[in-house]
Design a protein around this ligand. Structure first.
Ligand code: NOJ
Length: 554
């Protein structure tokens, strides 16, 4: 019988209790990513908060998700909007307090929704107490918790650049040494080769696990280990500020940290971690997969960003998916993602001016019918778009730095659109980032009343995935691999067999499925539910996406 933090499955609501021992929430469920500043503001200060999420828990439960991943809610000076943490054991007052967090955990768990926190291990904020002590003198006991080096002939220790561009070393006048920062200078890198630091940090992690947190999303896992040699990176890639991170990413030390962390998580029941392992476009899934290679020694899942970085093309999608599956080791598990707080919303990313909404529907059908855990980004379930922001509205330091060449990451972080009321029902005060102007049409309230909306499509898909084991854990076998814009695959578990047909193209396509048995439509963008599916007569409409149960004869 499945246990949930000590409870027996029989104590849980009915739809949870039928699952057997192999039903692992993070493998077979759907994970919903919340950018807390933008989800819902309960105290009307214009910034989303934990009580705002609590207030929307019924919405999330009705949508059918199994877990929430929260972007960081720890205290932070917010230079990088929370990815610069100044205390790993508290909640930033802008989001609430520890009691609010405990309440969120409890209420979410009662609804069978798990909570995954963001864990930033590569760096802290420069106002974290550890860093204050570390920078105070060269012989402070915490000096070695960060990466300090002497300069070379008045220059930085080596040529390393930050991921965001510019020198990765900051000179500290008081101790006349440089510290390393892979991101902004306010985000000094931790030294994971220091055993004291590691022990202390792992205790910070235990603190949340003991509280009942269900898992972690590991920020930039592949950048954490620095090696011993501090070798110069290869010369810049034609862009003077950037460089190839040959000696600053994917070093064996990052794998060791991942495995130690996994061992720690394994001492708690049903916990998980998912690693952010970013590689430059077009994306290299083998790097993400390398963190799964060691099975129980690696992370549970790693993000492969290659779908996010592909243009809208069935063949390219097929190849990326096939490659990702081929790389997953036997005891590893894939996950899939289309949007996040760094890379904007997929609806506007498909690089085609026309038919974006139709493509986004096909994309939703794909994401929620693939083998592997789907991660949804808040608002994608109502078809939210990137907000168009003016220069003075940009808050992301990257946008300020690189305007107008790169306008930053804010456009994919605009407030959730709940209603057509003022500020889209997100807050009664002016939101920290402008609400997208399409909120009078694109909002939760209006979509709930419209059976043909994105909301209902996502909701049905999530519930279908829950109900059909073939969808949440079955094997994936492709039948048509992207030719002529068609991607068709089977999902099979035991006697259950489901076929998914996706037409990426704006043209009608005749589909040759002569070897496939008849079935009934489970969900479709074009066909009524329960309609007979007779494989030898199928013509896929432009941008049609259809899921058919082949175990149910027509
Ligand atoms: C990756 C996070 O997703 C991004 O938002 C952040 O700026 C960097 N890591 C640094 O923590």
């Amino acid at each position: 019988m499945e246990s949930f933090h000590g409870k027996q499955a029989t104590d849980l609501p009915a739809d949870f209790s039928h699952r057997d021992n192999n039903w692992l929430w993070w493998k077979h469920g759907v994970i919903y990513h919340i950018y807390p500043r933008s989800f819902h503001d309960s105290n009307n200060d214009g910034i989303g908060d934990l009580r705002g999420i609590i207030g929307k828990i019924d919405y999330l439960s009705d949508l059918g998700i199994d877990a929430i991943w929260l972007s960081p809610v720890y205290p932070s000076p917010m230079i990088d909007f929370g990815y610069d943490i100044s205390d790993y054991r508290e909640i930033d007052p802008v989001f609430g307090n520890l009691n609010d967090f405990r309440e969120l955990l409890e209420i979410a768990h009662k609804k069978n929704i798990r909570i995954i926190m963001d864990l930033v291990m590569n760096h802290t904020s420069n106002i974290h107490q550890w860093f204050k002590e570390s920078r105070s003198s060269v012989d402070n006991p915490k000096r070695d918790w960060y990466i300090w080096k002497k300069g070379r002939n008045g220059n930085p220790p080596n040529n390393w650049k930050t991921v965001f561009g510019g020198c990765a070393w900051e000179f500290d006048e008081s101790t006349q040494q440089y510290y390393l920062h892979t991101f902004f200078k306010e985000q000094p890198d931790l030294n994971w080769s220091n055993e004291d630091l590691k022990k202390t940090f792992f205790n910070e992690i235990r603190y949340w696990l003991d509280m009942g947190v269900d898992g972690f999303r590991l920020d930039v896992l592949n950048l954490i280990g620095k090696g011993k040699h501090f070798t110069n990176n290869p010369l810049p890639l034609g862009i003077p500020l950037l460089q190839k991170h040959k000696y600053t990413s994917n070093l064996p030390e990052s794998h060791h940290i991942a495995s130690d962390l996994r061992h720690l998580l394994n001492t708690y029941p049903e916990r998980m971690c998912v690693a952010e392992v970013y590689s430059l476009p077009p994306g290299d899934s083998s790097i993400a997969a390398s963190y799964l290679q060691s099975g129980d020694n690696g992370v549970n899942m790693a993000f492969d960003f290659s779908l996010m970085l592909r243009s809208w093309n069935a063949r390219k999608y097929f190849k990326a998916i096939r490659k990702w599956y081929d790389l997953i080791p036997e005891n590893g598990w894939p996950c899939h993602v289309l949007s996040n707080h760094d890379l904007h919303r997929h609806l506007d990313r498909f690089r085609f001016r026309r038919n974006k909404e139709k493509k986004a529907r096909v994309a939703a059908m794909l994401l929620l019918t693939l083998k592997g855990t789907p991660f949804l980004y808040y608002g994608d379930e109502i078809g939210m778009r990137n907000a168009k922001l003016r220069k003075h509205e940009i808050l992301d330091p990257l946008g300020k730095l690189f305007w107008p060449f790169f306008k930053g990451r804010d456009k994919g972080r605009s407030p959730m659109q709940w209603t057509d009321d003022h500020h889209a029902g997100f807050s009664e005060s002016k939101p920290w980032l402008p609400v997208n102007t399409d909120y009078p049409e694109v909002n939760v309230r209006s979509q709930k009343n419209d059976e043909s909306s994105f909301f209902h499509l996502y909701r049905r898909l999530i519930h279908l995935r829950k109900k059909h084991e073939a969808l949440n854990r079955g094997d994936w076998s492709p039948l048509i691999n992207g030719r002529n814009g068609l991607l068709v695959y089977l999902r099979v578990f035991g006697l259950e067999k489901i076929i998914v047909l996706l037409n990426f193209s704006p043209k009608r396509r005749t589909v040759d499925l002569t070897d496939i048995s008849k079935g009934r439509v489970l969900l479709s963008t074009h066909r009524p539910v329960d309609e007979a599916f007779i494989p030898d007569t199928i013509v896929a409409e432009p941008f049609e996406a259809t899921i058919v149960d082949l175990s149910k004869a027509a």
